[in-house]
Design a protein around this ligand. Structure first.
Ligand code: 4AD
Ligand code: MG
Length: 480
């Protein structure tokens, strides 16, 4: 069955052929002009009706948010707002919407704050902003698969339920079927997980990387794209407890090849969105200009949305070692004037988002790849450099976002990895299988993780991660 979608009709030529469109009323003027939207595009189609041909009762049901089916023909519009419109011969109400109820929600036709939209997350996709953001999100998701599929990668479906902590940071959501009020206890009085569903402690995954690594050792080039979970109590505009991550992993790639891959990948998906989401990006750009007007000068975006995306496509990401970055930060104005909350005093300091943003937004003014971080501030699986102090880690920092990618060359040497796990207190009994892959044809390999929501934020210009995922999960919030 072929449904007529408004996006297609708006591109079509006038035709005498009768068509039916179904959608939701955005406005109804003078008992004559229905602006109809079906989610296929940011634009509405105008449907013109002759009020004399309809009962008053039906006209009274053509309200904002009501679902209707309009049958008619596509004609050239005599009005100025649109090229084409529907001359309607029939209108059918498919789902009513009581104007009094509508007035209490974000569906009422006026400007609503993003915070208010969040409280009505079940309705917000019916607004222009969220329709646009979610269409761009879907396009980016497709572009991710397209990129990897066209470049010889296999998608690996890594587990969501797991017994291991891939990042070794202990920020996991426990999964259990034990009765929380009366759990079985062992001889020491601790909860006896041997009696739990998996007969051991288990959790939701924080990353599919370790399993993806084992698959790269057989399929060569793999990627994951799935939900990941972090029980970190970070109530920021960039952290979610449930977010989607893309993790490619490539056998025989060193860190330089990993950087090349990440840069090419990011540029490719942004380019796809620019080509396929033109109307939505134009709308989101105007939205951002509007939003910026209410902000102090210093917080406004230096470039308009599409100009910024174009800039990323046309310029190389700046590659800078951690050591160089520390020098720049140590000598920076905000450090000398004690404007940073965390002052950079010596090599080894972990970089906070204020430092990352200074490097990207003030110093380099372009995306930056920082690499070769101190070993003790990074995860256990990263390859140790000859200096024995740094690891082959890389973070990609984006303007307005901060860290968008974290990745590394992995430690492929059995003895070095084993010792690193010992020192960092990673239990071998949990990760014996990971370690074992280093015994059979172990080779250098690399990968990275891109936070999908941070990418969507960058491309749409939305400034809060809660506004680029349908139902955000954050500390204290699992509504819907
Ligand atoms: O830097 P992270 O923790 O790296 C890993 O998980 C590695 N296993 C990736 C790999 O090498 N395969 O996370 C990767 C990215 C971050 O750069 C960030 O974009 C995103 O995931 N991210 C989050 N996004 C939203 N909310 C959170 N709480 C996030 N934590 C990380
Ligand atoms: Mg990271």
């Amino acid at each position: 069955m072929q449904q007529h979608r408004i996006a297609t009709l708006l591109q079509a030529d006038p035709s005498m052929q009768e068509i039916t469109v179904k959608g939701w009323v955005r406005s109804f003027r003078n008992d004559r002009f229905i602006a109809l939207n079906d989610g296929s595009t940011i634009h509405n189609i105008q449907c013109v009706i002759e009020p004399e041909n309809y009962e008053r009762a039906l006209l009274d049901e053509i309200n904002v948010a009501a679902a209707v089916a309009v049958t008619g023909t596509l004609v050239e519009s005599s009005g100025s707002g649109q090229r084409i419109e529907i001359q309607a011969s029939k209108v059918e109400i498919l789902g009513k919407a009581d104007p009094e109820e509508v007035a209490k929600t974000i569906l009422s036709p006026k400007r609503h704050k993003l915070e208010t939209l969040r409280e009505q997350a079940h309705l917000r996709v019916r607004t222009n902003t969220f329709g646009a953001v979610m269409r761009v999100r879907a396009a980016l998701s497709y572009a991710v698969h397209k990129y990897f599929q066209e470049n010889g990668f296999y998608q690996a479906h890594t587990p969501i339920l797991t017994g291991s902590d891939a990042e070794g940071a202990g920020e996991m959501f426990r999964v259990s079927t034990l009765d929380p009020k009366n759990p079985p206890l062992d001889e020491e009085g601790a909860i006896d997980y041997k009696q739990d569903f998996f007969e051991k402690e288990s959790n939701l995954t924080v990353s599919g990387q370790l399993e993806a690594e084992t698959y790269a050792m057989g399929l060569g080039q793999v990627y994951t794209f799935g939900p990941t979970f972090r029980a970190e109590n970070s109530n920021t505009s960039r952290h979610l407890a449930e977010f989607w991550m893309i993790e490619p992993e490539v056998a025989f790639n060193d860190l330089d090849a990993n950087m090349d891959l990440s840069e090419d990948f990011i540029k490719s998906v942004i380019e796809y969105a620019m080509e396929h989401c033109k109307d939505d990006l134009e709308f989101l750009e105007k939205r951002l200009i509007q939003e910026d007007k209410s902000k102090p000068q210093a917080e406004r975006s230096p470039m308009e949305l599409r100009e910024k995306l174009d800039f990323v496509l046309k310029n190389n990401f700046k590659r800078v070692s951690y050591t160089e970055a520390i020098d720049i930060l140590k000598n920076s104005k905000p450090n000398k004037k004690k404007k940073f909350k965390y002052l950079i005093e010596e090599w080894g300091a972990d970089l906070q988002s204020e430092h990352e943003r200074y490097l990207v937004e003030k110093h380099f003014e372009c995306p930056v790849i920082l690499f070769d971080y101190p070993a003790n501030i990074k995860a256990f699986y990263m390859r140790l450099n000859e200096d024995k102090k740094t690891v082959r880690a890389m973070d990609i920092l984006f303007p307005g976002i901060g860290e968008i990618v974290g990745g590394s060359q992995r430690e492929e040497r059995y003895d070095v990895l084993k010792e690193k796990m010992d020192v960092m207190g990673i239990e071998e009994k949990e990760l014996w299988w990971y370690l074992e892959t280093r015994k059979f044809g172990s080779v250098i390999h690399s990968g990275f993780g891109l936070g999908f929501e941070r990418l969507v934020m960058f491309v749409t210009g939305m400034s809060n991660v809660r506004d680029v995922i349908p139902y955000p999960r954050t500390p204290g919030n699992a509504e819907f």
